[in-house]
Design a protein around this ligand. Structure first.
Ligand SMILES: [Zn+2]
Length: 565
């Protein structure tokens, strides 16, 4: 385990203080950068992590990581913090970290949506994402009906069961009366119930309705935005919460602008909760349209994630959502991106579901009840019962006697209970460590100058990619022209004349050692190494003159070398 015990979820101020302390402690390794502001004006920050003594952050290949764009998914934030802490403290003891700090940059945005997380952490509210009311008409007033509220003042919004033996659609389970199951036509005798979110029935002005009768409208949340439907790739205005147009929100714009402004980014991990699965693109583009080599690498990289976490890789194609960030990273930038859904309550309670976490969504009534039993058993044994609140009578000001209770989503569903948090973070940072090491890595193997006449020299450069991935990262990046070819620039001393070769040479992309060699073409047209030669005539005193080369690979790094004649 790491050195830091993250045993609670930080508010915004606590997180910022924690980051600033870490930055002060490790100024060489950690630098905080404000990448934009949120709807309510909070700074959204990135921790830029690399060893600045071995090069500028922008000169090294980079992995991008963010978390918590969904308000309640605060484990994502904490995992980012855990990773920043691990990288800044483990340079000596973990050879992977040593290598990463020396030759890679990590851009880590721990809280992409600070407003939403703050509301989630400091009020009983459950909200999906942004605090900006949406759709727009909800801005001025809420339509009349039942609105979620903490009625009994215990700081939580749970479930209300309201008895109605005539029309209620739920009944209690005979074996475990905590469980609510659907009433069948041959259930003739009650008690039967309606289930609602804990709340009050209010009118257009927000006042409590005096004379409430069943049935009443249940109002949809005013926090209807879903920032992870607001990205441009596959954006659909009809996807739930996708917002009025792509990148309409400051939180999504911040991320897209940041990633675009950092062409050295070659991979991305976007942390969410929950489910214990590693989602990968694309929601609207079939796997068959991926280049074969890209598909193979997507699967290979994903399998490292599965090995580290036990979470299977699931492709999102055809799912209900679109306009998500990992799709954009892949489709527009051609970088391998994954969305790890951290924390797997269901997988822990029922290890069988691990193989197919998505199947839970379409379970039969019977299977769902089975699962509920397992979840309660896990809750009782492993969580000290704190995930489920026993049904308790409550005199509701409008509905009379009701019962409030049920699963406490904030306590154990959406995020692990605090005593399991550090272990969850530790498990999940193994994937980015490996992923960062896979990035391309440009190297100058040799730079020599040889006199071939009185005032003429032959200059030879040998450069290589020592990384796993190609310097372009993917065929998708080349297709989209998202990455520029690697370029070599030769710098000659004053007055020298270039006889052969070019001052600026485009050398194409260099293959990584993880790329599958295509034997017929000697490596799919891209070599691991490139040799570049020039001849030049020097003016004046040749002895001691300096010749240098600059190599700029957007995704493989920037290097410089020089020789004296
Ligand atoms: Zn999410």
């Amino acid at each position: 385990m790491g050195d830091v015990a993250l045993d609670r979820y930080f508010t915004y101020d606590e997180m910022m203080q924690w980051l600033k302390d870490l930055e002060a402690e490790h100024p060489r390794l950690v630098d905080l950068e404000t990448i934009g502001t949120s709807y309510e004006g909070r700074d959204v920050v990135a921790a830029v992590v690399t060893d600045r003594e071995t090069g500028d952050p922008a000169s090294k290949p980079a992995l991008y990581i963010d978390g918590n764009i969904h308000a309640g998914e605060v484990t994502a934030s904490m995992t980012c913090l855990y990773l920043i802490d691990y990288l800044s403290r483990r340079g000596e003891s973990d050879p992977r970290v040593q290598k990463i700090l020396r030759s890679r940059t990590l851009y880590i945005v721990p809280r992409a949506n600070p407003d939403g997380a703050e509301k989630y952490l400091t009020t009983p509210e459950h909200l999906r994402s942004s605090v900006r009311p949406f759709p727009a008409h909800r801005r001025d007033y809420d339509p009349p009906g039942l609105q979620a509220e903490d009625m009994d003042g215990d700081g939580r919004i749970l479930t209300m069961r309201v008895r109605d033996d005539d029309c209620g659609s739920w009944k209690t389970d005979l074996e475990d009366p905590r469980i609510m199951i659907q009433r069948r036509p041959d259930d003739l005798e009650g008690p039967f119930y309606h289930l609602y979110q804990e709340g009050a029935i209010r009118d257009e002005d927000g006042d409590m309705v005096q004379d409430v009768r069943l049935p009443f409208e249940v109002v949809q949340t005013r926090y209807g935005l879903d920032l992870n439907r607001n990205f441009p790739a596959g954006y659909r205005p009809t996807a739930e919460g996708s917002g009025p147009y792509p990148l309409s929100e400051p939180e999504t714009r911040n991320l897209v602008e940041f990633i675009t402004a950092h062409p050295n980014i070659g991979g991305a991990l976007i942390y969410h909760t929950t489910g214990g699965v590693l989602f990968r693109p694309h929601s609207t583009i079939k796997d068959e349209e991926f280049a074969d080599e890209d598909m193979r690498l997507y699967e290979t990289i994903g399998s490292w994630g599965t090995e580290a976490t036990g979470y299977p890789v699931v492709c999102c194609y055809g799912d209900i959502w679109s306009g998500v960030l990992d799709d954009w990273c892949w489709e527009h930038r051609g970088i391998y991106a994954f969305t790890p859904e951290l924390w797997d309550l269901v997988g822990r309670a029922d290890p069988e579901t691990r193989k197919d976490p998505i199947a839970v969504r379409s379970m039969s009534e019977r299977d769902r009840r089975e699962l509920e039993c397992k979840l309660l058993r896990y809750n009782d044994r492993n969580l000290g019962g704190r995930g489920f609140v026993q049904w308790q009578s409550f005199e509701h000001p409008q509905l009379g006697m009701v019962e409030i209770g049920g699963w406490d989503v904030k306590e154990c569903w959406q995020n692990p209970p605090p005593h399991l948090l550090s272990a969850e973070c530790h498990k999940n940072i193994q994937f980015p460590l490996l992923f960062a090491l896979a990035l391309p890595e440009l190297n100058i193997d040799e730079l020599t100058v040889q006199r071939i006449g009185d005032d003429e020299v032959l200059i030879c450069l040998l450069l290589s990619n020592r990384g796993y991935l190609d310097t372009c990262i993917s065929a998708q990046a080349r297709r989209q022209k998202a990455v520029r070819e690697d370029v070599v620039r030769l710098n000659l001393p004053e007055g020298a004349e270039l006889l052969t070769g070019r001052k600026v040479t485009e050398v194409g992309f260099l293959r990584g050692y993880g790329s599958k060699p295509d034997r017929s073409s000697g490596g799919n047209g891209r070599p691991h190494r490139r040799r570049v030669q020039w001849t030049a005539r020097l003016a004046g005193e040749v002895e001691g003159a300096k010749i240098s080369v600059d190599i700029r690979s957007e995704r493989g790094g920037i290097c410089r070398s020089s020789v004296e004649i």
